[in-house]
Every structure is written in structure tokens, then in C-alpha cells.
Design a protein around this ligand. Structure first.
Ligand SMILES: Cc1cc2nc3c(=O)[nH]c(=O)nc-3n(C[C@H](O)[C@H](O)[C@H](O)COP(=O)(O)O)c2cc1C
Length: 217
């Protein structure tokens, strides 16, 4: 039995392109992996620990302790919530993140989640040569990304001076940093399609792509 964690970063529910494609992915995954468990984390409904002055101070204390060869901060106060989220992520064998693009980048709740779980000694560490080493053990990650406009792959890439996609590049970067081994991407774009009717065909095509991806995930 394996565990799939689905992190949903659109607040738009049944209107959301990324969420509807992710729902098809999860539905097909359940059918093709009937022995597996699926957990859903809806970031706009879930109370993450605030990463405020207390949490930042605990993170700095944690780093100091690690550098002295000690185990790190105890799970109290804000750090207890940090550890809870990291344990949820580590308990997953496979991860699905569905997200919209907001202002060329990620929605603030997904950034909040990443600020919570990206912790030294827990999701990555720095070795004696000063290199980052991830602690996700090469587990697979499926990204489902929706954007109103279409973006060419690659980074950095500017289109007309303003259309640069920081979202996919950033998510892939932190995923590699944490040592996700097999990073797959489904893009649905442009969801603000200028041709009426084309959006329905676009969505249907990506739903089929997601179902096929789920079977081999
Ligand atoms: C706050 C906000 C910011 C957005 N910024 C962008 C953007 O920078 N580029 C873009 O192509 N679309 C942008 N959009 C459009 C969304 O990416 C698009 O509606 C997408 O379908 C949202 O994903 P969802 O349907 O899964 O919620 C933005 C939408 C919102 C609500």
C-alpha cells in the first residue's frame, strides 16, 4: 500500500481548472491503485501554522542547534505545526500538487505551505561541502498547473517583456532541492482562451492526459 498526498492550491473549487484536472487524476488513481490511500490537503481551507516572528526565531534556533550537532528545536509552539506538516509530507510515497498561476508565480497559500515545510535537517540538509541534499528520497511528484495565458516552457524566458513563468520553474526548483526524483508536469493553458468553446476541449484533453498519468504514477 502506498500513500498519495494531493496538495490543492486553488480556492476555486468546481470552477478551478487545476482542481478539476486533479480530481480526474485522483479518481483514476483510486481505480488503478485500489490498495493505496489518498489524502487531500486543501490549502485554502487548512489552517497552516503562521510563519511569524515565533516561527522564524525557532527556525534560526533550529539552524544554530543543527550546526552544533544537536537534534534541533523541540516540537513546541509554532514548530509543532511545522513538524506536523513535514510528517504529513514525509508519510506520502507520492505527491500531487495542483495549482493556479497567480501573478506569474504561485498563490500565497502554496508559498506559505512551502515556507512551512522547507526546513533544514527535515526536508533537506547541507553537507560538509556546503551542498544541498534533499530528504524526499526520490519520491515522484506530479504538478498540475493552470494559467489564464499560455507560457512557453523554459526559464528565464520573457515574452513581450512581461510574460515570464516563475511558477513551474520555482516549483521544480524546490522539488529538486528536496529530492523529488520523478517530476512530471501537466499544464492547462490558456484557461482564458480567446476562442469560445476551445476551453472545454482544452479541459477535456488535459483530463484525459491526467487520467493516463495517474495510471502510471
Ligand atoms: C489573483 C490572480 C492572479 C492571476 N495571475 C495570472 C498570471 O499572472 N498569469 C496568467 O496567465 N493568469 C493569471 N491568472 C489567471 C489564472 O491563472 C487562471 O484563471 C487559472 O485558470 C487559475 O487556475 P484555477 O482555474 O485552477 O483556479 C490569475 C488569476 C488570479 C485570481
Amino acid at each position: 500500500m502506498a500513500r498519495l498526498l494531493h496538495i490543492e492550491a486553488s480556492p476555486r473549487g468546481s470552477e478551478s481548472f487545476s482542481a478539476r484536472i486533479a480530481a480526474a487524476f485522483v479518481d483514476e488513481y483510486r481505480h488503478s491503485h485500489p490498495q493505496d490511500e489518498v489524502e487531500q490537503l486543501r490549502l485554502f481551507e487548512h489552517a497552516l501554522p503562521e510563519f511569524d516572528a515565533e516561527a522564524a526565531a525557532q527556525k534560526m534556533q533550529h539552524i544554530s542547534l543543527l550546526m552544533r550537532g544537536e537534534p534541533g528545536v523541540a516540537p513546541v509552539g509554532k514548530w509543532a505545526g511545522v513538524i506536523t506538516e513535514i510528517e504529513r509530507l514525509k508519510a506520502a510515497d507520492k505527491v500531487l500538487i495542483s495549482t493556479p498561476m497567480w501573478n506569474f508565480s504561485l498563490p500565497y497559500r502554496l508559498k506559505h505551505y512551502l515556507d512551512v515545510i522547507l526546513q533544514p535537517g527535515l526536508t533537506f540538509y547541507v553537507n560538509r561541502r556546503g551542498e544541498y541534499v534533499g530528504k524526499m528520497g526520490g519520491k515522484p511528484l506530479q504538478l498540475i498547473i493552470a494559467s489564464g495565458s499560455a507560457y512557453a516552457p523554459g526559464f528565464p524566458r520573457a515574452d513581450g517583456g512581461t510574460k515570464t513563468d516563475f511558477l513551474q520553474a520555482y516549483l521544480e526548483h524546490v522539488a529538486r532541492w528536496m529530492d523529488f526524483g520523478d517530476i512530471r508536469v501537466i499544464r492547462v493553458q490558456p484557461t482564458a482562451h480567446p476562442v469560445p468553446g476551445e476551453v472545454t476541449a482544452l479541459l477535456q484533453g488535459r483530463i484525459e492526459e491526467a487520467r493516463a498519468a495517474a495510471r502510471s504514477f
